[in-house]
Design a protein around this ligand. Sequence first.
Ligand code: ADP
Ligand code: ASP
Ligand code: MG
Length: 417
Amino acid sequence: MTTTTEFEALPALEGAEPRLGTLVMKFGGTSVGDPDKIKDVARRIVAARAAGNRVVAVLSAMGDSTDSLVRLAYDVSPRPKPRELDMLISVGERISCALAAMAIHDLGAEAISLTGSQAGIVTDTVHGRAKIVDVRARRIHEALDQDRIVLVAGFQGVSTDFDITTLGRGGSDTTAVALAAALGAEACEIYTDVEGVYTADPRLVPEARKLHAVSYEEMLEMAASGARVLQVRSVEVARNHHVKLHVRSTFSAEDGTWIREEDERMLEKALISGVTHTREEMLYRVEGTDPARLFAILAEAGVNVDTIVRTGSEILFSAPAEDHESARDALDGLDVDWTARDDLGKVSVVGAGMKSHPGVAARAFETLAAAGIELEVVITSPIKIACHVRGEDVERAVLELHRAFQLDAPEAERQHA
Ligand code: ADP
Ligand code: ASP
Ligand code: MG
């Protein structure tokens, strides 16, 4: 059985000489969900400026307005053109930034809002999930030098063909990290609606613990396997450019979770950093083609392949449910026998300590077996064990594994000074 977890290459970033005191603060959709929340965020940004930082704030669209824009597109057209969809869904973040700039002015500070394009975020030409290839931060530097707070619309850029692109759902995280790297910021603060990264989704597991520190590798695996608190790509850029991330709450002053290089103490304190899950994942079984041809065609169709297992002449792979249409079209275009299952989800146990401690897989399988949960496909990386289980078993599997690895205990937090 072979498995792969592929992460993308890093973007080239221009002019990353460190500037003391630059802080990038990113606020997610819930954090800017209504006018009062935007005013609260403005106060927080102004306070960071008053403390002596050069502040760049990256904002998401208000609440779930990106979802509404996507729905609107599909109300008008069954297959909206990707270029026009990007023109439409990129406006949400612009609205947040313009409103926040107004609120900041009312607090007596200077601010300027910029679209991704104005901020110099240059991407490739792939609509809907573009990758940042360059950050031309001249305009941001100028505004900071004029003592202004800079607000940048997240989730978007301008392509090398001069079209507006978006970076994939959750993409404002990546805007923030790429800017932090390009500006040589000391840290990138990700403000969200939970207090940090937890040992499991706190909305599903009430006894989940907030992690004090997580390594880039662990966070990559957690994000790739369903902890949607950070977009995978943002963690990748942070790791490649050594940007320290601090995930914390918009609604409190508490310290959150630091994401940074692996450190001995992370391993001493707890083997496992968390249990993650996805509720829906399509599992495809393909017969009659070679992997090189199959995955080239899927990549071209933009299907985000996760697990790959090859046994004999059969190839199994999984991909997110939202990529199903593209996968179906690509597979139909090949002359192959294929089937897909849509009744599965995935639960994963992630932790850097697994590398040096055998027995984690055994404990995970025993736990699921004792709970009567059947495993469909299992894949591992050096720091992850991922199991496809029936969709209706996902929640129970997360709760059982969380308990089995004692992630509700204080040691799971990896608290250290
Ligand atoms: P934002 O709008 O701020 O970008 P997101 O909704 O993208 O916020 O991400 C935050 C959400 O991620 C939380 O509300 C939480 O339900 C979910 N989440 C899933 N797994 C985890 C985890 N392990 N730790 C923290 N949050 C998690
Ligand atoms: N507004 C975009 C989304 O909902 C980007 C983001 O919030 O990061 O996916
Ligand atoms: Mg998000």
